[in-house]
Design a protein around this ligand. Structure first.
Ligand SMILES: Cc1cc2nc3c(=O)[nH]c(=O)nc-3n(C[C@H](O)[C@H](O)[C@H](O)COP(=O)(O)OP(=O)(O)OC[C@H]3O[C@@H](n4cnc5c(N)ncnc54)[C@H](O)[C@@H]3O)c2cc1C
Length: 309
């Protein structure tokens, strides 16, 4: 993370929550499952499928873990009863990974059992580096336990990712590839934009040449192009890859990709635990973040136009 982003992070963490919410709501379906269902229906109407995230992470007690297990159960039931074209994404630390790997295994298994009954797919999101190996271990343990409709995420910025990609490609895994969003030290993660892009392309090639399914998660049009060109060169059938984007980020690019006939899935977060997620999104969008900071510093009213941009 650059020095300016670190400074921005400090300011955002001091920003009053209502002000952050004013800008952050672009990225979030809303507080409730009804909000998520409405957003998914709209996306489905545009020929886009979804993956639903119940907002929350780094849970520190078992009671809270049970809340997430229940909420994911309700989310799966709603996807089924409303016949939505969607699956779910889970943050392992919301399922207890920060407490104990066994707890995370049990709680994710409970969600997977519910999902499996309906043939629904579940993806484990990838969090910051203290959880990388633990998340991959969880993924392989779930596969060994017989769960098939489960996938994982790799972050191109991590130096270890090409090795992980090779293992997952060989295991026929469904992998979402993204750049990575957390603040990581140079010893573990590439810090330069061009290096991360190059690492993304290299990992994408390993995954697409492997036996599994590749979800190319990016709003970087250069990488979208590289993904399309690679899939074409490999003659990869449409049921072996998809593109993914976040709710609220570059809908114009999303429409272009859908218009080209590619499968597109949008990440739809909902729930009360929106603050940490929103701060990460705001850090990625200097335009929004600048408006927040200007307001915090009393340098002018928040611009509604910027919030809609
Ligand atoms: C579906 C999906 C799932 C993800 N899951 C994970 C995960 O499990 N673990 C993880 O670490 N990371 C995850 N990420 C986040 C990812 O790692 C990146 O941080 C994020 O996608 C930005 O990188 P980029 O590839 O879009 O490229 P960038 O170069 O960051 O962005 C490309 C373009 O998109 C614009 N853009 C990017 N973000 C925003 C924004 N918030 N608001 C407005 N414009 C924006 C940029 O301004 C730029 O023009 C996920 C991303 C997606 C799309």
């Amino acid at each position: 993370m650059t020095k300016s982003k670190r400074a921005l992070l400090k300011i955002l963490l001091m920003t009053p929550k209502p002000l952050v919410w004013r800008f952050a709501r672009t990225y979030i379906a809303g507080d409730t499952l009804d909000d998520a269902a409405r957003t998914i229906r709209e996306l489905n109407g545009e020929g886009v499928c979804a993956t639903v995230d119940v907002l929350g992470e780094w849970v520190k007690n078992e009671g809270e873990v049970q809340f997430f297990v229940d909420q994911y159960g309700k989310t799966i039931d709603r996807i089924v009863t409303d016949r939505l074209d969607a699956n779910v994404s889970i943050k392992p630390t919301a399922m207890g990974l920060a407490i104990a790997p066994d707890l995370a295994f049990r709680s994710i298994s409970a969600v997977l059992e519910r999902a499996q009954k309906h043939g629904l797919f579940v993806r484990l999101d990838m969090e910051d580096s203290p959880y990388t190996q633990a998340t991959l271990d969880l993924y392989f343990r779930l596969r060994e336990a017989g769960f098939e409709k489960v996938g994982v995420v790799l972050q191109a910025y991590l130096r270890r990712t090409l090795d992980d990609a090779a293992k997952l490609a060989d295991a026929g895994a469904s992998v979402r590839l993204c750049k990575g969003i957390y603040v990581e030290p140079r010893a573990l993660a590439y810090q330069q934009f061009d290096t991360v892009r190059a690492a993304f392309v290299a990992a994408m090639e390993i995954l697409m040449k492997g036996k599994g399914y590749t979800a190319v998660a990016t709003h970087d049009e250069w990488l979208v192009f590289r993904g399309q060109a690679l899939a074409r060169a490999l003659e990869l059938p449409g049921d072996r890859f998809e593109f993914q984007m976040l709710l609220g980020v570059d809908p114009a690019l999303r429409r272009i990709i859908v218009g080209q006939g590619y499968k597109m899935r949008v990440y739809v977060p909902y729930g009360n635990g929106w603050f940490g997620y929103s701060i990460r999104r705001l850090l990625e969008n200097p335009k929004f973040a600048t408006h927040v900071v200007k307001n915090v510093l009393g340098m002018g009213p928040a611009s509604g136009a910027a919030a809609k941009a």
